[in-house]
Design a protein around this ligand. Structure first.
Ligand SMILES: Nc1nc2c(c(=O)[nH]1)N[C@H]1C(S)=C(S)[C@@H](COP(=O)(O)O)O[C@H]1N2
Ligand SMILES: [Mo]
Length: 408
């Protein structure tokens, strides 16, 4: 284990008072315990919790398996989301509370010349790669869908940006030698359903995507080991794609000779194969496809619709944008309901898949209110829409955000 020690320490988590089973009752005295959500269909507030291992204050949507949302004010602190407030989402409740790096192995098998069982030391010995990328749940902002849809009622905080360090999936696959018969690559993690009849969570990528040199297996996040709940010791990073594909605690990689027909590829996470995955409520008979690339988004981080501004005073505005599956070309702001747009200034470019900060300035009127809108246009010249898309899964929301500032 000495080889590993410098780069990655053995992780043994102590789940005492903060175990998954005993979270709700342990709210630290004096801590803010709830937060207003602004979701259309409620609930109005949700608890804040500090009861999860390696996690700071998080919005608690569900304890077991955990659904933890990032309080939105965190995004105002910079383009990289701190690990201890990075959102958390798991499908099944059997999640290891400790992964022993000495015995951990990652299998690469199926349509390969030489099946592998890689130790953490083997993985660390491969060439290192680094990339900033936004990890966003397919259902981020689902709680804002109207009419309301079933599923986790997230606000806008089921996303985060990190600098990921790891190895290229291509290098790992090449080590095993992918056969010409390969069609897709399926990933499975150490977590399991509580009942045997439920489908284990697995996702796959087409072989060319898996070998594109960008998809990576990350063992570091923002300069540290991954928090257990974000996939320690190693997770898949699929730049530009929704995080349902970003399998955590990856322990098994299977190269398939046919498209993956497992439940999570063919039954769940399907979107209408229509422009912007948009259909009418109640509509049926449209073709579907697995969710895939992200779309551009932008947010205000220093103001919300509860912010008051001073009459006639300048109003500094800032926030974050990302292009989805490519970089940010422009961020624009409107104060007249989207009739005219003014460019915002862009902060440093951390790479095409990263959050990018934007800043702008407006002026408060003498009385009344100031409604500000922000719009991202990506480098494929796709801009956020003025009208919300709708689908039954609550996927891919990226409506232009409007913040209502009252003048005092
Ligand atoms: N092993 C495993 N990986 C997983 C999941 C899971 O349930 N198990 N959920 C996926 C989904 S839907 C999301 S949104 C992201 C959440 O990543 P995070 O918890 O690190 O924010 O993990 C993905 N990877
Ligand atoms: Mo997700």
């Amino acid at each position: 284990m000495t080889k590993i020690a410098g780069a990655l320490d053995r992780r043994r988590l102590l789940f005492g008072a903060a175990s998954f089973g005993a979270i709700s009752a342990t709210m630290p005295a004096g801590a803010e315990t709830s937060i207003k959500l602004g979701l259309n269909g409620g609930p109005e507030t949700r608890a804040l919790t500090t009861g999860f291992p390696q996690k700071g204050s998080m919005i608690l949507q569900r304890t077991r398996p955990p659904l933890l949302e990032t309080p939105f004010e965190v995004f105002d602190r910079g383009v990289f989301t701190p690990n201890d407030q990075f959102f958390v989402r798991w499908h099944w409740s059997v999640i290891p509370e400790d992964v022993d790096l000495a015995s951990f192995r990652m299998a690469i098998r199926g349509q390969v010349n030489q099946a592998q069982s890689l130790s953490m030391a083997d993985i660390l010995a491969l060439p290192r790669t680094e990339l900033a990328a936004v990890n966003q749940c397919s259902g981020n902002s689902r709680g804002l869908f109207q009419p309301r849809v079933a599923g986790g009622q997230w606000g806008n905080g089921a996303m985060g940006n990190a600098k990921w360090v790891g190895v290229k999936l291509r290098d790992v696959l090449d080590r095993a030698g992918v056969k010409a018969s390969a069609v897709a690559v399926r990933f499975n993690g150490l977590d399991q359903p509580a009942v045997e009849t439920a489908p284990d969570f697995m996702k796959s990528l087409a072989i060319d995507h898996a070998r594109d040199g960008e998809v990576m297996l990350a063992y570091q996040m923002n300069g540290e080991q991954l928090p257990l709940l974000n996939g320690f010791p190693i997770r898949l990073v699929v730049p530009g794609w929704y995080s349902t594909y970003w399998i955590k605690m990856v322990s098994d990689i299977e190269v398939l000779d046919a498209p993956d027909n497992n439940y999570w590829m063919t039954r769940a996470y399907l979107i209408p194969a229509t422009p912007h995955a948009d259909v009418k409520p109640g509509q049926t008979g449209f073709p579907t496809e697995p969710i895939n690339r992200m779309v551009p988004r932008s947010f205000f981080t220093n103001v919300t619709s509860t912010t008051q501004v001073k009459a006639g005073a300048p109003v500094p505005l800032r926030g974050l944008a990302f292009g989805g599956d490519c970089g940010v070309a422009a961020v624009d702001m409107s104060t007249d309901g989207g009739k005219t747009w003014q460019p915002a200034a862009l902060g440093p470019d951390e790479g095409a898949y990263s959050f990018r900060q934007w800043t702008a300035q407006s002026n408060a009127p003498a009385s009344g209110a100031l409604d500000v809108m922000v719009r991202c246009t990506n480098t494929k010249q796709i801009a956020q829409p003025m009208q919300a898309n709708w689908n039954g899964g609550g996927f891919m929301r990226n409506l232009i955000e409007t913040v209502h500032l009252s003048v005092a």
